[in-house]
Design a protein around this ligand. Structure first.
Ligand SMILES: CC(=O)N[C@H]1[C@@H](OP(=O)(O)OP(=O)(O)OC[C@H]2O[C@@H](n3ccc(=O)[nH]c3=O)[C@H](O)[C@@H]2O)O[C@H](CO)[C@@H](O)[C@@H]1O[C@H](C)C(=O)N[C@@H](C)C(=O)N[C@H](CCC(=O)N[C@@H](CCC[C@@H](N)C(=O)O)C(=O)O)C(=O)O
Ligand SMILES: Nc1ncnc2c1ncn2[C@@H]1O[C@H](COP(=O)(O)OP(=O)(O)OP(=O)(O)O)[C@@H](O)[C@H]1O
Ligand SMILES: C[C@@H](N)C(=O)N[C@H](C)C(=O)O
Length: 432
């Protein structure tokens, strides 16, 4: 079937499913191929469960007129999203960068929703499949879209830009994430500059955190026109961060000179808040409405959450980890004043490739400088950190870690839990 024809089918039934385990009746099923399954094999099941069409790319599975045969299902999904985006004449704000994309995206969407019908990426659906699915979920009456772009290799951001066609964009920061794929910090900078280059070519606007020196140097090299850059802080900047030491939530000073206490911890989250306010200001959202929006945001899903776990207070920051975000989280944890004993329970940082040894070693050094009362490390790749931490407890299997924590029976501790997604450090919660 031709793309234009498929687009008509989509417009009449604008819901897409890719998974028969959570299929929506009335949706069009796209049979993707993945590491574990061939989606084509689920086409019939999708139709049986209420999908109105199944888009497949293997003829042998075409056993009804409801099966639409295309050359490549993934490419078709991406092309359909590109076409749909072209037909949405609204601002698209792309959020890229090493750390803080999802939080910045959530805050920005809440701020913009005070004035516009806003649509934002759900959860973390930010890759070559997630971005097309996001775009194909955008309702017709949407006035503004906030789209997260994820990447772990060079070329991926520009590819996603061609689908999402952003009119504005933010690179949150350039840090040491996904070094295996990006190759180096320069690689991370190059990958993120793909968004800037796209916006440069298409006369877009960028929102810039001028505290991020790496971003400034990328822009300098690109000679991005200043008049299309909306920055913070600037001369008239009204935002000041105040990190209380007794209450650890981030406060900021608003235009009226009042301190707004948010539900977010960590100075790093101030940058995310400031970006959202900067974008809101650009789009004319009233300052008091923006404050309301920021105040309402409470992080979920393992991202810098504060939990009261029996008698312990836990900062659960186990959504992901890389050298930059680990450093921020540890420094923030160290500066919080409390009478409680402090423990860090940290899982290994994934996707660091040849940097893994040295970066885990550096992490060990940083932790040692902070003199926490208890250090617990998990994962094979954490081993080099032990060089600086002779008293740390180290585990390479979850069963032993959990049993040890259960026996230790920590009471009235202040605990930071962080690690890469792959090591799922949130599992320790049941033993705290
Ligand atoms: C293809 C797919 O969507 N897979 C999801 C699926 O995985 P599963 O292992 O079960 O199956 P397969 O992938 O092999 O299956 C192929 C298809 O068959 C379907 N199917 C399977 C069984 C069945 O009974 N019925 C079926 O219909 C199946 O649904 C497939 O369509 O399920 C998993 C559990 O829900 C999903 O995790 C898996 O999703 C994959 C990983 C995915 O890419 N999903 C995107 C929608 C997405 O955006 N996911 C984000 C995470 C993005 C991310 O990691 N971003 C990175 C940077 C980008 C890196 C990029 N280069 C990359 O490679 O991704 C970042 O740092 O932010 C998310 O889920 O949060
Ligand atoms: N501005 C920031 N600078 C450094 N680290 C940050 C920043 N914002 C968030 N983090 C850290 O990153 C973790 C994940 O936050 P968030 O999900 O917002 O980032 P992300 O870039 O979307 O991550 P991912 O690419 O994995 O989706 C947080 O729990 C926190 O530890
Ligand atoms: C979860 C995914 N978005 C990510 O950031 N992965 C890195 C490698 C991690 O989990 O730390």
């Amino acid at each position: 079937m031709q793309l234009a024809e498929l687009y008509k089918v989509y417009l009449a039934n604008p819901r897409i499913s890719t998974d028969t385990r959570k299929i929506e009746a009335g949706s069009i099923f796209f049979a993707l191929k993945g590491a574990n399954f061939n989606g084509n094999a689920f086409a019939q099941e999708a139709l049986d469960k209420g999908a109105i069409y199944a888009v497949i790319d293997e003829k042998k599975y075409q056993n009804s007129e409801k099966c639409i045969l295309v050359k490549n299902v993934l490419k078709t999904l991406q092309q359909l999203a590109t076409l749909h985006r072209k037909n949405l004449d609204i601002p698209f704000i792309a959020i890229a960068g090493s750390n803080g994309k999802t939080t910045t995206k959530e805050l920005t969407a809440l701020v913009l929703a005070q004035k516009y019908k806003t649509f934002a990426t759900q959860g973390n659906l930010n890759n070559h499949i997630g971005v097309p699915l996001t775009i194909l979920s955008i309702p017709k009456d949407t006035e503004i879209a906030v789209i997260e772009l994820g990447a772990n290799h060079i070329g991926e951001t520009v590819f996603l830009c061609q689908i999402a066609q952003p009119t504005c964009g933010v690179v949150t920061n350039i840090g040491l994430d996904h070094l295996e794929g990006f190759g180096s910090l320069e690689g991370v900078a190059k990958a993120n500059s793909e968004l800037y280059k796209y916006l440069q070519k298409n006369k877009g606007v960028i929102f810039l955190n001028t505290n991020e020196k790496e971003l400034l140097s990328v822009l300098e090299k690109l000679k991005f026109p200043k008049k299309r850059t909306f920055t913070y802080p600037n001369e008239k900047d009204y935002l000041h961060c105040k990190l209380g030491s007794s209450d650890f939530f981030v406060s900021y000073e608003n235009e009226q000179g009042n301190f707004i206490q948010t539900q977010l911890i960590g100075k790093y989250n101030f940058a995310n808040i400031a970006t959202a306010l900067c974008i809101g200001k650009y789009f004319g959202v009233a300052p008091e409405k923006m404050d309301e929006a920021i105040l309402s945001y409470k992080p979920r899903n393992n991202r810098s959450q504060i939990l009261h776990q029996n008698t312990n207070i836990v900062i659960l920051d186990a959504y992901n980890a890389n050298p930059s975000s680990m450093k921020e989280a540890i420094e923030n944890f160290a500066q919080i004043q409390t009478s409680q004993s402090k423990a860090v329970i940290l899982g290994q940082m994934n996707e660091l490739g040849s940097y893994s040894y040295a970066e885990h070693q550096k992490l060990g050094k940083l932790i040692a400088e902070k003199n926490f009362d208890l250090v617990v490390l998990y994962g094979d790749e954490m081993q080099p950190a032990l060089e600086f931490l002779p008293k740390a407890y180290f585990f390479t299997d979850k069963f032993s870690l959990h049993n040890w924590l259960k026996d230790k029976n920590l009471q009235d501790w202040f605990i930071l839990v962080k690690g890469s997604r792959g090591v799922q450090m949130e599992s320790v919660l049941d033993f705290l």
